[in-house]
Design a protein around this ligand. Structure first.
Ligand code: BG6
Length: 504
C-alpha cells in the first residue's frame, strides 16, 4: 500500500455527483463503509456537478435518495445523518478549466492544507469527460503525489481512444495512481472464483482442454436501459458489458495461477489471457457473434421506443459470442459468452462443461443423454456453486440420474453488505490496485474487440436480430450453441416463441 498520505484529512471528489451512479452505487457504498468504520477518521466527500446545490441541500437530496437505494435493514437514521454531514457540494462545469480554481480553493479548505494531497477523484461522468478532467486537474496542480483517480468504464470507445486516454492519464498521474474500475471484479463471488480455483487441489488438474468441453459465461438482466438512453445508444452491449465485465470473467476462469496474489502478478495473468484470445477475422464475425435488440412485447417498450433512442437505431442490447483462447491450456475449447437487456431474469454465472466419459455403460434417466459433469459458478443472485454429476437411481437396473451438489454462499454468512463498489473504493483508499484494470489490459482487450466494432461500422447490413422483451435473446444464439451440440444453460424456463422473432 504505497499510495497514501495519512498526514492529511482524506477528501474524495466525485465528478458527476448529481448523476445516477452516485446515488445508486457510490453513496450506498460510502455509507456502508462509513457505518462499518472503514473510512478514514477525518474525511470529506465533495460532490461536483453542473446542477446547482448548496452543501445543505445536497445533503438533503442524498438523504432522500438513499432511503430508496439502501436496503431497509441498513438504514440507521442517526448514522445516515452523521454520514451526510461529511458531504459538500461545488457547482462547476468540469469541462471548463478556469472553474477548477474554485475546486482547488475548496480542496485547500477541506484538507486544511495549501497543498491538498490525500485526494481521491472519482469520475462518474459521461465518458466524454474522461480525457478532459485529468488535464484540468494537472493545470491546477491537483495531480499531487498521493492523489488517486478512479475512472469508470468503458475506458475508451475503441482501441485508438483508449490508447489516447492512457496517454493523457500517464501524462498526469503515475500508473499506480490510476484505478480503472470494473465493478465485476469487486464482486465477492468473482474473487471467490480465484479462491475456488487456486486454493483447491482437485479442480486444477481438470481445468484444461483435456477435460473441459466448453465454457459458458452469462451476465443477463431483466431490466432495459432505464434512463440511460443517451449513453446507451452510443455505447451498446459490446462496449457496456462485453469488453470489460464479461471478458474479465473469462480471464478469471481461464488465467494461469499467478505466482502470488499481488497487483502485478495477478494483472500480468489477466493480460496474458486477453493476448491469447483468438482474433476473429471478417469471415468468422457473423458466424461467431449474434447481435440482438429487444422489441416491444406484452406492453413493454421495445428498445427503439425508449427515451433518447433513434427510431432506426442499430445499437445492440444483446450479444452472444463464441471465443477461442489460443494457448496450451485452452486451445480448441470454445468459450460462449452472452449478455442482454430485457431477458427473463437477472443472472450472472459461469458454467464449466466437462467432457463426457469416453464410454458410457449406463442409461440416463429422462430424455437427455448421460450427462457430462457440469460446474456452475453463480455470481448473482443466490451466490454459490453447483456441481452436477450422475448417481445410480436406487432400485433395480442401472439407471443414472444427474444430481446436484449445491453450495450456497449463505452458509459462509452470505455476501457482505455494501456491494462491489464498497470493496473497490476501500481498496483504492488503501492504495491497492489489484482488482483494477491496468493500462495494458484495457488496450489488449480493445485490441481484440476493435475489429468487431470496425466491421459493424463498415457493414451496416451485418445481421442484428430482434428479440421480444422477456425472452432469452435471438434464436440465432440458440443455433450457435446447437452447432456445438448443446443448449445455453438457462436458469429458468426457456420462453422462446419462434413467431415473435425477425431480422432487423
Ligand atoms: C454496468 C452496465 O457496468 O453493469 C449496466 O453499465 C449494467 O448496463 C450493470 O446494468 C450490471 O451490473 P450488475 O452488478 O448489476 O450486474
Amino acid at each position: 500500500m504505497n499510495n497514501i498520505n495519512t498526514e492529511q484529512p482524506f477528501v474524495m471528489v466525485i465528478f458527476g455527483a448529481s448523476g445516477d451512479l452516485t446515488k445508486r452505487k457510490l453513496m450506498p457504498a460510502l455509507y456502508s463503509l462509513y457505518k462499518e468504520g472503514r473510512l478514514p477518521k477525518a474525511f470529506s466527500i465533495l460532490g461536483i456537478g453542473r446542477t446547482v446545490y448548496t452543501d445543505s441541500n445536497y445533503r438533503s437530496y442524498i438523504l432522500g435518495e438513499e432511503k430508496q437505494y439502501l436496503k431497509h435493514e441498513e438504514q440507521d437514521e442517526q448514522v445516515m445523518g452523521d454520514f451526510v454531514s461529511h458531504l459538500y457540494y461545488l457547482s462547476i462545469d468540469p469541462a471548463v478549466e478556469s472553474e477548477y480554481e474554485q475546486l482547488r480553493a475548496r480542496l485547500e479548505e477541506l484538507s486544511g492544507n495549501e497543498h491538498p494531497d490525500n485526494l481521491l477523484f472519482y469520475l462518474a461522468t459521461p465518458p466524454s469527460l474522461y480525457g478532459v478532467i485529468p488535464q484540468h486537474l494537472k493545470k491546477w496542480r491537483l495531480n499531487s503525489k498521493h492523489a488517486r483517480i478512479i475512472v469508470e468504464k468503458p475506458f475508451g470507445y475503441d482501441l485508438a481512444s483508449a490508447q489516447e486516454l492512457n496517454r493523457i492519464y500517464s501524462s498526469v498521474f503515475e500508473e499506480h495512481q490510476i484505478y480503472r474500475i470494473d465493478h465485476f471484479l469487486g464482486k465477492e463471488t468473482a474473487q471467490n472464483l480465484l479462491a475456488f480455483r487456486f486454493a483447491n487441489g482437485i479442480f486444477e488438474p481438470l481445468w484444461n482442454r483435456n477435460y473441459v468441453d466448453y465454457v459458458e459465461v452469462t451476465a443477463v438482466e431483466n431490466l432495459g436501459i432505464e434512463q440511460r438512453g443517451g449513453f446507451y445508444d452510443t455505447t451498446g452491449a459490446l462496449r457496456d458489458m462485453v469488453q470489460n465485465h464479461l471478458i474479465q470473467l473469462v480471464a478469471l476462469t481461464a488465467m494461469e495461477p499467478p505466482a502470488a496474489f499481488n497487483a502485478d502478478s495477478f494483472r500480468n495473468e489477466v493480460v496474458k489471457v486477453y493476448e491469447s484470445l483468438t482474433p476473429l477475422d471478417e469471415i468468422d464475425l457473423d458466424e461467431h457473434i449474434v447481435r440482438g435488440q429487444y422489441m416491444a412485447s406484452n406492453s413493454k417498450k421495445g428498445y427503439r421506443e425508449e427515451k433518447n433512442i433513434a427510431a432506426d437505431s442499430r445499437t445492440e442490447t444483446y450479444i452472444a459470442m463464441k471465443l477461442g483462447i489460443s494457448n496450451w491450456r485452452w486451445s480448441g475449447v470454445p468459450f460462449y459468452i452472452r449478455t442482454g437487456k430485457q431477458m427473463p431474469t437477472k443472472v450472472t454465472e459461469i458454467v464449466i462443461h466437462f467432457k463426457e466419459t469416453p464410454h458410457q455403460m449406463f442409461h440416463a434417466v429422462g430424455d437427455k443423454g448421460p450427462t457430462a459433469n457440469k460446474l456452475i459458478l453463480r455470481l448473482q443472485p443466490n451466490e454459490g456453486m453447483v456441481l452436477k454429476f450422475g448417481m445410480k437411481l436406487p432400485g433395480p437396473g442401472f439407471e443414472v440420474k444427474q444430481v446436484a451438489m449445491d453450495f450456497s454462499y449463505d452458509q459462509l454468512g452470505g455476501v457482505p453488505s455494501g456491494d462491489a463498489y464498497a470493496r473497490l473504493i476501500e481498496d483504492c483508499i488503501q492504495g491497492d490496485p489489484t482488482l483494477f484494470t491496468r493500462s495494458d489490459a484495457v488496450e489488449a482487450s480493445w485490441r481484440f474487440f476493435d475489429p468487431i466494432l470496425r466491421y459493424w461500422k463498415e457493414h451496416t447490413e451485418a445481421p442484428l436480430y430482434g428479440y421480444p422483451v422477456g425472452t432469452w435473446g435471438p434464436l440465432e444464439s440458440e443455433a450457435m450453441m446447437h452447432e456445438h451440440g448443446a443448449d445455453w444453460t438457462n436458469p429458468c424456463k426457456n420462453l422462446t416463441n419462434t413467431d415473435q422473432y425477425c431480422e432487423l
